[in-house]
Write a protein that binds this ligand. Sequence first.
Ligand code: ADP
Ligand code: ZN
Length: 201
Amino acid sequence: MYHGSRPGWIEVISGVMFSGKSEELIRRVRRAIIARKKVQVFKSHLDARYAGLYSISSHDGAEVEATPVDSAREIQRLVRPDTELVAVDEVQFLDADIVPVMTELAARGVRVVAAGTDSDFRGEPFGAMGELMCVAESVDKLWAICVVCGDLACRNQRLVDGRPARYDSPTIMVGGRESYEARCRHCHRVPRRDEDQGQFL
Ligand code: ADP
Ligand code: ZN
């Protein structure tokens, strides 16, 4: 973990779904609370499909209160002047302004913890995650376990009606019938791109 002599930096927790990003974010938030730091937690409201609106919950059931937000600038407006740690979950769903917003927070001494899926269901960079990883002091990339073969999983497999979703389906599906699995590079399937290029992503 990065420790500068002056406060104010950005930590990114990246990885696929089920890799333990929320668990890790909650762990860091809890420890900051134990250290009596002033903490605020946010998450994209888009994640309301997966968890309670006002809390971050890991798949293990650990929970921390979180404020749902629609945009990066909303975080900027809601951060109180004396807040020492700002944690944001599901950061891949937020707009590109999340990069300057987090940069400004870090510049004025706030410890920023950003957790998000770094690749979409196609295996391509998701939202502003790539840029955030570039401007961060610390980046942790977590793995899940591939549900097909048991190797380390670094891809999000989207399934629609139990079948791999096509490459040209939208990055974010609203109210969909889709589900997700953690898979390794070799078990990940993205039909159409597979057909077009004769290879699996
Ligand atoms: P993320 O925020 O990255 O989606 P969570 O912190 O919410 O991850 O959940 C991680 C937990 O999910 C693990 O500790 C484990 O108990 C559970 N889990 C379920 N499926 C898998 C999987 N395929 N690989 C790893 N962990 C899994
Ligand atoms: Zn696999």
